[in-house]
Design a protein around this ligand. Structure first.
Ligand SMILES: [Fe+2]
Length: 202
């Protein structure tokens, strides 16, 4: 079955231009297209694994790159949309929500500073926040490119794309910090609160 690119109802973002969003959505659609193309090719290669051994191994290596690019961008854009029952747009974190309280316990008021430091790490990738329902704690990390360094099985709570393509149009190659600030200015925290609630109760 082929994957279909999702459409997003995005509000106008403050500090992330429509041009940048449109280019970024185009890249997202490219991941969906490439994942579908690789999957199709692998079915062909499976018919003669010996003759296709080298091509097959290369595509298998690329497969999670395309898949994770597809799924992470869906998580990323949904974070600006808000929940279906709400008006879209930025929404502050509710300190009295379960997520707000869990942050206070685990990060002692330093979550944002910590997560921004992860997002500022050098190299293309994603700053990620997961929640471990077994260990009952957050795991924050950095996924190199988009398929490396994930915490397997843990649900994603927050995903921040820090590839250059996310900010170079608006802020230039050295503008990652300004883009990270813009991301948080536009973030709808009710989406993140909902993800946490689902993960914590799973
Ligand atoms: Fe991206």
């Amino acid at each position: 079955m082929e994957y279909t690119p999702k459409t997003f109802t995005l509000p106008t973002l403050d500090g992330i231009s429509q041009k940048s969003v449109d280019e970024h959505l185009g890249l997202y659609q490219g991941y969906v297209k490439n994942f579908n193309a690789i999957s199709k090719k692998l079915v062909e290669y499976a018919a003669d694994t010996e003759a296709n051994a080298h091509a097959l191994s290369e595509l298998i290596r690329r497969k999670s790159f395309e898949f994770d690019g597809m799924r992470l961008h869906e998580l990323y854009f949904e974070q600006f949309e808000g929940l279906p029952a709400q008006a879209g747009g930025a929404k502050a974190l509710d300190d009295n929500s379960d997520l707000g309280k869990a942050f206070a316990t685990e990060y002692q008021g330093h979550f944002l500073e910590y997560f921004k430091a992860i997002a500022s790490m050098r190299g293309p990738g994603w700053a990620m926040l997961y929640f471990d329902p077994i260990g009952k704690q957050f795991q924050a990390g950095f996924s190199g490119e988009q398929h490396l360094g994930h915490f397997v099985t843990l649900p994603v709570i927050l995903a921040l794309d820090v590839w250059e393509h996310a900010f170079i149009l608006d802020y230039g190659a050295q503008g990652k910090g300004k883009y990270i600030d813009a991301f948080f200015k536009n973030l709808n925290w009710s989406v993140i609160e909902k993800r946490f609630s689902t993960a914590a109760n799973s």
